[in-house]
Design a protein around this ligand. Structure first.
Ligand code: SDX
Length: 431
């Protein structure tokens, strides 16, 4: 028997029945697509805390259990056994690649890593101290001006080539934003390097001498990119889907996603965590900051803590914490004051009634900044790294939306609490 839910208007006694849909795993959903037509009322859910915006097969999160699956595979197993290109293939195509598919995909992506030479001038239009996210936003959006051969979003081949171009070029754009900020020459990608290794090469090589990427750091970066690749219908992914629902081209949609990710409540949190740890400065100051985080009248929050969905430890944070120790060990960093503060802060917070009651745990952003800083990556580049990794998730979700026969332009409604209709007042009668 089909599952349904009945809603009753207690004032009028009227009732309406709506279908309930079940997924593979996770909560059922109430299909309210006809709710307004039948009830003449809107539902109300600012921040979409109880709203499913789409059907998807890409990522599943169980926030209570701290579970994250990509196409059914646990993030822990993907992070342990795959490289980023395999996970990118999985997110885009639904299955892990076999050896032949993996080799072809890696080559396809590699041969799109260069940027059009005329894009160089886009960088020089920015101030040297421009935030890298501003540069990425601008240059990613500008790509739509260079690829008129792949802007028909109804054409699967155009969607594929645009997806590959975006995945391939984001590390180049990010690395060149960093080089531009230093006043150093851009380093071209190399076709003999893997995705993560190529990014670190473009970040730190110079034309003056050979540069070899530390394989341990390349592996750590590859794992970090996997951890950031996709995460269900988060704010920036929802932004990409909403922008794409109007038929906007993928480059413009990714630029919108970058803009949304930049916020400190979202991808900008990794930069904010490091700034917070530096602000705390010493373990003895932690209680004062924890007190501020709990004070309703203080807008200070423990950055890197809490999550809309995870009410348990973010599984990515666990892997990130382990990666942090590996990177510091490889770099011979015996004691890192920021890591010491982070570990002590996590310990204190997880034992504090306020954080326990509100189910606030470290999220993916809590440790990433310590790793990036240890690798020599400046704080302003942290969210840019998040954006280059999440481009794969964004574009996989964008493709899924474009292939969804149910998809239509996103157009939410509202609860209007403004002025009712009133008579116009000519300026001479306005006080
Ligand atoms: C990411 O959605 C995703 O999947 C995002 C992401 C991804 O991969 O795409 O996982 C990446 O964005 C991770 C989150 C990074 N942001 C931060 O670390 C910033 C700090 N965290 C918060 O701002 C907050 O926890 C959010 C934004 C992450 C979640 O906010 P919600 O779900 O809207 O929860 P809320 O703000 O309503 O908080 C619930 C309660 C509130 O107290 P009450 O009003 O109920 O009394 O918990 C409190 C909040 O004040 N709270 C915190 C807190 N986070 C929430 N108090 C202190 N410190 C915090 N960090």
């Amino acid at each position: 028997m089909a599952k349904t839910i009945t809603v009753k208007d207690n004032a009028s006694g009227k009732t309406w029945t709506f279908p309930v849909m079940s997924g593979t795993v996770g909560p059922d959903v109430v299909d309210i697509r006809k709710f307004y037509a039948e009830t003449d009322m809107f539902t109300y859910d600012p921040g979409f805390t109880s709203t499913g915006s789409c059907e998807s097969k890409i990522t599943f999160i169980d926030g209570d259990k701290g579970v994250l699956l990509h196409r059914g595979y646990p993030i822990e197993e993907l992070a342990e056994n795959c490289n980023f290109e395999e996970v990118a293939y999985l997110l885009l195509n639904g299955e892990l690649p076999n050896a032949v598919e993996k080799k072809k995909f890696q080559r396809d992506i590699t041969y799109h890593t260069m940027l059009h030479e005329q894009l160089h001038s886009f960088f020089s239009g920015f101030r040297r101290d421009a935030h890298p996210m501003a540069v990425m936003c601008g240059v990613a959006g500008a790509l739509s001006a260079f690829y008129h051969d792949s802007l028909d979003i109804t054409n699967p081949e155009h969607r594929r080539i645009s997806s590959y171009r975006l995945i391939a070029k984001m590390p180049t754009i990010a690395a060149w934003a960093y080089k531009y900020s230093l006043g150093q020459p851009f380093i071209y990608p190399r076709n003999d390097l893997g995705y993560a290794e190529n990014f670190l090469y473009m970040m730190f090589a110079t034309p003056c001498e050979d540069y070899e990427v530390n394989p341990i750091l390349a592996k750590a970066m590859d794992r970090i990119l996997i951890l950031h690749a996709d995460h269900e219908q988060n704010a920036s992914t929802s932004t990409v889907r909403l922008a794409g629902s109007s038929g906007a081209n993928p480059f413009a949609c990714i630029a919108a996603g970058i803009a949304s990710l930049w916020g400190p409540a979202h991808g900008g949190a990794n930069e904010a965590v490091l700034n917070m740890l530096k602000q705390i400065g010493n373990k003895k100051n932690i209680p004062e900051f924890v007190k501020r985080a709990k004070d309703k009248n203080d807008n200070f929050r423990l950055m890197g803590f809490g999550h809309r969905v995870y009410k348990n430890y973010d599984p990515r944070a666990r892997i990130m914490s382990r990666t942090c120790s590996e990177v510091l060990k490889e770099l011979g960093i015996k004691n890192n004051p920021l890591l010491d503060i982070a570990i002590e802060l996590e310990k204190i917070a997880l034992e504090d009634e306020y954080f326990i009651e509100k189910k606030l745990y470290p999220n993916v952003d809590f440790y990433s900044g310590i790793i990036f800083e240890a690798m020599g990556i400046p704080v302003t580049m942290f969210t840019a790294l998040f954006a280059l990794a999440r481009t794969t998730g964004w574009i996989a979700q964008w493709n899924e939306m474009n292939e969804d026969p149910q998809q239509k332009i996103g157009r939410p409604r509202q609860l209007y609490t403004g002025s009712p209709k009133r008579k116009f007042k000519p300026i001479k009668s306005r006080k």
